[in-house]
Design a protein around this ligand. Structure first.
Ligand code: M6R
Length: 611
């Protein structure tokens, strides 16, 4: 989704902002723009990639010590030069970049049209820029004051950053519902939607809170709330390294992130799991473990891949803790007026911690009295901060739009939470607890073994890359894995793929099966194994092509399937962490073989910050 970068300080601002925009490309966007002050306000914007903007400004005098930059993911108005940000006020003095949606923009626009304003774009952002200018004019007030008044009328979510031709030594920013990080340097400040454009300059950052306005000069950062009261900026240390946001020799971030999984899963367990001594410590939920063990039900809310992790967790938690679990699409949960209140525990699962659907779902559940646990990857993200407790997944920055390492880290952490609650509740035996600790302890090395199958999976990808549709099937713990495999393939190869519970296939999708349909079975040895074997036979009887992910040593399925991928044996509760990896690689190779940009698939955004 939209990306924001800005700089103020002694250095040349444009190269810093341009590099920052490139760092934010992974978020997904369709146009880019910059504004700076050099003999007045200069604004350049272009539909397409950041590189096209770079060409567009080539040869122009871009010298300035203040600049703002934006990558836009279209919401109001098609992707075009004129709808790109920054947007400029009617008097040509203010330029604004914006991430989020101004929900009441139509009403504000009508008022401004009645006052004679003329708009050049279809965007809500331009409306807000004119609205602030109008308030400044009619109240004879400062930009800061006008912004404060404007934001009291604005409905929606936003991060905005403004440059003002009349105040070339100040940036003004505000936030509600969308993230804004300010990097604090020596005599300089860096602003961005996330830490990736900042990390190479400074590790000291301030996360702006909702309803705060930041007034930023090269050597001063003032934070105020919407009532004009000064707030103390809380400076935090970034715990990411530059290497984590670079490709490190891999062709794509997605491949790098798939191959990082032995380490990222280890990191998600580190300091928590001590299999040798049979202990499990999750600092973030320590105080809530007792309460969780007494919960009447747990509701997991999430979107996309994180929702699939939630589905696996439903199987895990119900089995381990004997507590009913519901898994909800965050967007549906929020708007159907769910029965939720005191005594309910909500687990919000999110890589970015900024997904708007998940954020508003937990906001409303929290207002109704539910306890919120966050399982997020991005430290300091909005969902993590809104949660009452939780555990970070510690997978490191995930840049590829298709989520991979975040998913397996979510599974590991959700499994730890299930185990912790189960042992507090006494719903599993000490022996099973110890067995699962041991299983988790060995998962990183087993993941490394699965990654050795990369070349074989690439061959399978080449064989099936031209298929029009794919079906992914699994049962039990492997059903959500099938859903995740289908989502990965759709996202980066644009092949239509459906995930189904393997048994449900005969109630409809079997009509699709013929000799042209590849059917991917996630068929590791578990309590559903015999049933899945029957389902494979049903597909083969109709001449479908079967690609099966099975457990090493399987003697049965290799005799039936067209292609086999063998993963190490694991307890069924943790097996999804292994069985999903071949599906990530299969999707990756098919996407690459088809010539697509797998790190930035069309239409998708990394962090979906609009509802
Ligand atoms: O950041 P989140 O985990 O909340 O994101 C949720 C989904 O938007 C995300 O998983 C999406 O489905 C990915 N593109 C999956 O690869």
């Amino acid at each position: 989704m939209c990306g924001i970068v800005a700089y103020i300080g002694q250095r040349e601002a444009y190269p810093i902002v341009l590099k920052g925009l490139k760092r934010l490309e992974y978020r997904g966007y369709d146009s880019a723009g910059v504004a700076l002050i050099n003999n007045g306000l200069q604004v350049y914007k272009k539909k397409g990639k950041v590189a096209e903007l770079e060409n567009h400004v080539s040869g122009k005098d871009m010298r300035s010590h203040i600049a703002i930059g934006h990558t836009r993911w279209a919401t109001h108005g098609e992707p075009s030069d004129r709808n790109s940000h920054p947007h400029v006020s009617g008097n040509g003095k203010l330029a604004m970049i914006h991430n989020g949606i101004i929900e009441n923009y139509a009403q504000l626009k009508q008022e401004l049209l009645n006052q004679g304003h003329i708009f050049k774009s279809d965007t809500d952002t331009e409306v807000l820029t004119h609205f602030i200018e109008e308030i400044q004019k009619s109240n004879h007030c400062t930009l800061e004051e006008a912004l404060r008044i404007a934001l009291k009328r604005v409905v929606g979510a936003y991060v905005i950053v403004i440059v003002d031709e009349d105040n070339p030594d100040t940036l003004i920013a505000a936030r509600k519902g969308s993230p804004l990080v300010i990097g604090v340097g020596k005599g300089e400040h860096f602003l961005a939607s996330d830490a990736s454009p900042i990390v190479e300059y400074t590790k000291e950052v301030v996360y702006v809170n909702d309803y705060e306005i930041a007034i930023i000069k090269a050597d001063e950062l003032i934070l105020k709330n919407i009532s004009n009261e000064r707030q103390t900026p809380y400076i935090q240390k970034l715990d990411i390294e530059l290497a984590a946001i670079e490709k490190g020799g891999y062709d794509h971030f997605m491949l790098k992130e798939i191959f990082e999984q032995p380490q990222t899963i280890f990191d998600s367990l580190r300091g928590r799991l001590d299999a040798k001594n049979g202990t499990l410590t999750i600092g973030g939920i320590r105080e809530h473990a007792e309460m969780l063990s007494k919960a009447k039900r747990i509701i997991i809310v999430a979107c996309g891949t994180s929702w699939h992790a939630g589905l696996v967790a439903e199987y895990m938690i119900e089995e381990l803790c004997r507590i009913p679990v519901e898994v909800e699409y965050a967007s549906e949960f929020r708007y159907r007026n769910p029965v939720v209140g005191p005594g309910d525990v909500i687990i919000a699962v999110s890589q970015s911690g900024e997904t708007a659907d998940t954020l508003v779902a937990i906001e409303s559940a929290k207002e109704k009295g539910a306890i919120i646990l966050g399982v997020c990857n991005v430290v300091g993200s909005s969902i993590a901060r809104l949660s009452d407790a939780g555990a970070y997944t510690h997978a490191g920055p995930e840049i590829g739009v298709a989520s991979t390492k975040a998913f397996t880290a979510q599974l590991a952490v959700l499994c730890l939470i299930g185990l912790k609650v189960a042992i507090v509740k006494g719903s599993i035996t000490q022996q099973r607890f110890q067995h699962l600790l041991d299983e988790l302890d060995h998962i990183p090395e087993k993941v490394a073994a699965v990654l050795k199958l990369n070349d074989r999976i690439k061959e399978i990808a080449a064989k099936y890359k031209d298929a029009r549709d794919f079906l992914y099937l699994g049962r039990g713990y492997n059903f959500p894995v099938a859903l995740e495999g289908a989502l990965k393939l759709k996202e980066i190869s644009y092949i239509h793929a459906e995930g189904y519970p393997a048994a449900e296939m005969k109630h409809g999708p079997i009509a699709l099966v013929d000799e042209n349909l590849p059917v991917v079975f996630v068929a590791t040895r578990d309590s559903y194994y015999e049933k899945v074997v029957s389902n494979i036979q049903e597909i083969k009887a109709r001449k479908g092509k079967v690609i099966a992910v099975v457990t090493e040593g399987d003697q049965v399925i290799p005799g039936m399937a067209d292609d086999i991928i063998m993963v190490p044996e694991a307890d069924e509760l943790v097996a999804p962490i292994l069985s999903v990896i071949p599906l990530q690689l299969l999707a990756y190779h098919i996407g690459v073989l088809k010539g697509f940009d797998v790190d930035k698939p069309r239409n998708l955004a990394k962090s979906v910050t609009v509802e």
